[in-house]
Design a binder for this molecule. Structure first.
Ligand SMILES: Cc1cc2nc3c(=O)[nH]c(=O)nc-3n(C[C@H](O)[C@H](O)[C@H](O)COP(=O)(O)OP(=O)(O)OC[C@H]3O[C@@H](n4cnc5c(N)ncnc54)[C@H](O)[C@@H]3O)c2cc1C
Length: 425
């Protein structure tokens, strides 16, 4: 036996290898925590580069503590969008009410963060890109768990074996579909579709949101600074348009049909939608699953428990879920026990946040004239009130302490199936 052989003694288990599918929010956040606790992490992302774009997103409550522990809170504070007003308009564009954004969404002013989704994704990617292997422009083709680990075939043709695989590939997760079957059985459709894109700010808007409503339809212009303008069109649709989800032209046609003849700035928005290169279209829906793992494969973020944009909690759940999954893996040598602990400790937090829209998915976007009038009355009343209090659900999970960071030697490739990491000598 050579000295090198000695270093692979079974009493010093080797590095756990983990493949994460998806490099948006939950994927890089999980990669950070897994690397910190000694795993060798690979992230595969079907896009060619980290994906930019998307409407500004909120980071609140428990998720603020996660990003603080990751050391990125100062960078996120720098990226914080300080939007000052949210003005509601009626069908012909007349003002209904003008409020502070936190009066509408609930939250802790000065503490909660609102950042461009692309900025959050870029900050997370920058945090881990030197420590983690990224495979952009590729995706998982097949997963085979019949051996010691998970044998993965990629679309590119490469083949690798990992101890564990995590699907962080969003609401329409292919990892989930390959393990648990079609999305329809887990998708709780909330009755709305939405389209988001950027367009030229020819309106002179600055650090503010203008929100137009008629029953079942809403349009918003969100000026993130003085120039950058995000357009948002949402509408009530009784059945989810599954056919449109994978076809951008069908999405454009659907939105244009729904908003035909609408007033205010809608015709210009629909025209801009036709030309938008960064259109993001989806249904407002939730993913509700009885289990988030199967053998050596688990799900995190929207793939497991998308709460829908109506809760404003998608990114916060993704960050907290990533932390808790990595924590469970760092404190349980056995992945089955780790995945069980992850589900046990996170499920109630997820349920509370998904429940935020149980009795009022339509609060901001009423579908009837009466409900819209009721909402407008409430909004007018809020003008003179201080900010709405933070929702208890946002902070309903007390984070366990992060295990101490490990300094691991990843130069030697571990045997597949090894339970845990090996410290540098
Ligand atoms: C470009 C973009 C824009 C968005 N805009 C908004 C928005 O405006 N409002 C909103 O509420 N939410 C938006 N979201 C969703 C929001 O980011 C999530 O709700 C939340 O942050 C949870 O993040 P996640 O990382 O779990 O999932 P997601 O952010 O959905 O990320 C999933 C990632 O997996 C990648 N992926 C998907 N399938 C595969 C595959 N088969 N193989 C490899 N990679 C795959 C995707 O490209 C993406 O990078 C957007 C997401 C994206 C990707």
């Amino acid at each position: 036996m050579t000295p090198t052989d000695l270093s692979l003694d079974v009493s010093t288990p080797a590095t756990r290898t983990v493949l994460i599918s998806g490099a948006s929010i939950s994927g890089p956040a999980l990669a950070y925590w897994l690397h910190r606790s000694g795993c060798a992490v690979t992230v595969v992302e079907k896009a060619g580069t980290p994906r930019d774009g998307g409407y500004p997103i909120d980071v609140r409550g428990t998720a603020i503590e996660v990003v603080r522990r990751m050391g990125i809170l100062p960078r996120l504070r720098d990226a914080h969008i300080d939007s000052r007003r949210c003005t509601f308009l009626d069908a012909d564009g007349s003002e209904v009410a003008s409020l502070s954004p936190s009066a509408v969404a609930g939250g802790v002013e000065g503490q909660d963060l609102e950042v461009r989704r692309g900025d959050l994704a870029a900050i997370l990617h920058a945090l881990v890109r030197d420590d983690v292997e990224f495979l952009f422009g590729d995706s998982i083709d097949t997963l085979d768990q019949s051996g010691q680990g998970v044998d993965v075939t990629f679309r590119s043709g490469r083949r690798r074996t990992f101890d564990l695989v995590v699907g962080a590939d969003g609401m329409h997760s292919a990892t989930r579909e390959s393990l648990f079957g079609p999305e329809e059985q887990f998708h709780r459709y909330l009755g709305y579709c939405f389209a988001i894109f950027t367009m030229p700010n020819t309106f002179g808007l600055s650090h503010e949101v203008m929100m137009w409503n008629t029953p079942g339809k809403a349009a918003a212009l969100y000026a993130v600074g003085d120039d950058e303008l995000h357009a948002f069109l949402t509408f009530h649709q009784p059945e989810p348009p599954f056919h449109a989800l994978r076809h951008p032209e069908a999405q454009r046609d659907l939105v244009a049909t729904v908003f035909a003849g609408a007033g205010w700035e809608i015709p210009g928005m629909v025209k801009a939608l036709r030309d938008a290169a960064d259109l993001f279209f989806d249904t407002a829906g939730q993913i509700r699953m009885p289990h988030w793992s199967s053998s050596r494969v688990a799900l995190v973020g929207d793939a497991a428990y998308a709460p829908s944009f109506l809760t404003g909690q998608g990114s916060s759940l993704a960050l907290v879920g990533a932390y808790m999954l990595a924590h469970a893996l760092a404190t349980n040598r056995d992945h089955t026990a780790a995945f069980a602990a992850y589900e046990r400790d996170v499920r109630e937090f997820v349920a509370m946040n998904q429940a935020l829209v149980d009795n009022g998915a339509a609060t901001l976007f009423p579908t009837t004239a009466r409900a819209l009038e009721r909402r407008d009355t409430v909004l007018r009343g809020l003008v003179t009130l201080p900010s709405a209090p933070a929702r208890p659900a946002h902070s309903a999970l007390a984070l366990p302490e992060a295990p101490p960071a490990q300094d691991y030697d990843r130069r030697s490739v571990p045997p597949s199936g090894a339970a845990w990491a090996r410290p540098v000598r």
